[in-house]
Unconditional design. Structure first.
Length: 142
């Protein structure tokens, strides 16, 4: 898919899910960003990670997550799947942020998608946009 079509798919996806609230294991930042990649590229960035981080309706602990996925930290997991972007994140890049208003306390970072000068994240009311200055890192397909 060409770059224009890819971004068009992203914008259509974001409009479609704009009012869908964050809910662990149902519609959380991993599922949201994975689906955004699926819409843009035909496959998610974390298909194999889905449905492995919840137990009895609650997220696994950080220790359990490390054991389940085999990574010491979030950056190691992302580096194994994507390439870190040190420039301004391109549209459609996976971004992380440790801002506490993003429900980022669980793993220390929340996932979002770059849409230019801002990034789309999930909140209790649906998709929210924050300036790109709030992100800690950005990741693109290798």
């Amino acid at each position: 898919m060409g770059p224009e079509n890819r971004i068009s798919e992203l914008h259509s996806f974001l409009k479609e899910v704009k009012d869908r609230p964050f809910k662990w294991g149902v519609w959380d930042c991993l599922i949201f960003t994975n689906e955004a990649f699926r819409r843009m590229d035909g496959e998610g960035w974390a298909d194999d990670l889905l449905n492995r981080y919840m137990a009895n309706g609650a997220p696994l602990t950080r220790v359990q997550i490390r054991r389940e996925y085999g990574y010491e930290n979030l950056d190691d997991m992302l580096a194994d799947r994507l390439e870190r972007s040190f420039d301004v994140p391109p549209r459609g890049a996976l971004v992380t942020s440790s801002e506490t208003f993003l429900n980022a306390g669980y793993l220390g970072s929340g996932f979002g998608i770059s849409v230019g000068s801002s990034a789309a994240f999930l909140s209790d009311t649906g998709v929210v946009y924050y300036p790109i200055e709030y992100i800690d890192s950005a990741w693109v397909r290798q």
